[in-house]
Design a protein around this ligand. Structure first.
Ligand code: HAM
Length: 438
């Protein structure tokens, strides 16, 4: 009987796995540019963490969590998002008291949502996210958006726009919720079952409803911007003016409310369609939040945070469809070819030294014909073949063949480091030229 992967999950291997690693590395490097440091929290948390922080009115908490009782009859949940666990950890370990604020953290890891699997929607997927906490500043909010856009820029996306909206402060939201409540109460009989519950729990959630008939009613609903306090409005425009100064391309979308309950003030999302027309949903989403540290028993002051998370699967799919993955170097530097069994031991040694120099090298473990070794080198996308027989060994040399140009040079083993630096230096320049000509 065959056994299959769980529905909505996926395996990663080969070039696809390399591309995921590449995307994650770019993300991490950009985070480090902004002074963020890695944080890792457990995939498994007590269910309460998400009930409290992510919000009981959100679809994620109400319908999509992998929640179960462990053998000690405690309710635990596979994290459906990264923020709540990170804040739980920051409070529990009092991390905010050990560093200068804001405390800036980034993370990459799997999250779980019991959703209907479809294009761009998985039940286990990877989020790469950041959380910056302990400082309440429009500038920090703006910097977070700029960081997100830089990650996408570094990955090669150049025309993406970020959608922004403000959910205001608590007073603004309370006034807005009241207005929505009275508006939707009049229409609720014509709306879906879910919306009945949303009206009861949090009328703002109705704005997220995907049912077409309901959308028409939603279109006529009151708008957040008409319920903003003066201060909240001022803060929003302050953030936007920082984005303007730094030439961030954004668009105000007053229907953007986000699917999680903890947000206040600015929220944002980036959406994109692939060149082939596929829509994988939002590439990333995030925003500002207040009160979450205190919710977990942390301090009441300096209790703000801001962050976002991007869906690595969605970014990968879009990059694949738009042919943006071609330039990712996954090839080997050198494929070593022993000519005969008597050189194998020595060559094994030389290969290890080349690795110490920082070049990637592969050597076959079985005796192969020359032609098969060249085929393997090609499949491994090796730049050079290093060929060595007993005759070469006796003279203390190896042959280095550029597999693209077919040029071959003889190199002394003694000075191999200098020769490799020279050859790979030229390689690099060629590569540059090539890219600039395009
Ligand atoms: P979110 O919008 O729920 O925000 O998720 C962030 C990103 O995860 C989405 O933009 C999308 O790219 C990806 N994503 C969501 N669901 C799926 C799915 N079923 N399959 C594949 N990808 C998916 C959060 O989770 C917040 N914690 C972000 C945040 C951090 N806000 C403040 N700090």
């Amino acid at each position: 009987m065959p056994v299959f992967a769980v529905k909505g999950t996926h395996d990663l291997f080969g070039e696809e796995a390399s591309c995921y690693a590449y995307i994650e590395n770019v993300f991490k490097a950009v985070c480090e540019l902004y002074g963020y440091k890695p944080i890792e929290t457990p995939v498994l948390e007590y269910t309460e963490v998400f009930d409290r922080a992510t919000g009981e009115s959100s679809d994620v908490v109400r319908k999509e969590m992998y929640t179960f009782l462990d053998k000690g009859s405690r309710s635990v949940t596979l994290r459906p998002e990264g923020t709540a666990g990170v804040i739980r950890s920051i409070v529990e370990k009092k991390l905010y008291a050990t560093v200068d604020l804001p405390l800036k953290t980034y993370y990459v890891g799997p999250v779980f949502r019991y959703e209907r699997p479809q294009l761009g929607r998985y039940r286990q997927f990877i989020q790469a996210g950041v959380e910056a906490v302990g400082v309440d500043s429009p500038r920090l909010d703006a910097e977070t958006i700029i960081l997100a856009m830089r990650v996408l820029g570094m990955l090669g996306f150049d025309k993406l726009k970020v959608k922004v909206n403000t959910l205001g402060d608590q007073a603004s939201r309370a006034a807005y919720k009241e207005a929505l409540k009275s508006y939707f109460s009049e229409h609720i009989d014509d709306m879906c079952e879910d919306c009945h519950e949303r009206l009861r729990l949090n009328p703002m959630r109705i704005l997220d409803c995907k049912v077409e008939e309901d959308q028409k009613i939603v279109a006529g609903a009151p708008k957040m911007k008409d319920y903003l306090s003066q201060e909240a409005e001022k803060r929003f425009y302050e953030t936007l003016s920082i984005l303007n100064d730094l030439n961030v391309d954004y668009e105000i979308d007053d229907t953007l409310v986000r699917g999680l309950d903890y947000y206040g003030h600015i929220v944002f999302e980036v959406h994109a369609q692939s060149d082939t027309g596929a829509d994988y949903g939002a590439l990333l989403g995030g925003g500002h939040y207040d009160g979450m540290l205190n919710m977990f028993g942390g301090p009441k002051d300096n209790d703000s945070g801001v962050g976002f998370a991007m869906g690595v699967e969605r970014i990968y799919s879009l990059m694949r469809d738009n042919n943006m993955l071609n330039d990712i170097e996954t090839g080997l530097d050198i494929y070593a070819m022993p000519l005969g069994e008597d050189v194998r031991d020595d060559l094994f040694h030389i290969v290890e030294e080349i690795r110490t120099l920082g070049y990637s090298v592969e050597i076959p473990f079985t005796s192969l014909k020359m032609s098969s070794m060249f085929k393997r080198a090609e499949r491994a996308k090796a730049k050079f073949a290093l060929i060595c027989g007993s005759e070469e060994l006796e003279r203390g040399v190896v042959q280095l063949k550029n597999l693209a140009t077919k040029e071959q040079v003889e190199a002394s083993i003694e000075t191999l480091d200098a020769t490799l630096d020279e050859l790979f230096g030229e390689e690099q320049e060629e590569h540059h030229h090539h890219n600039h000509e395009e």
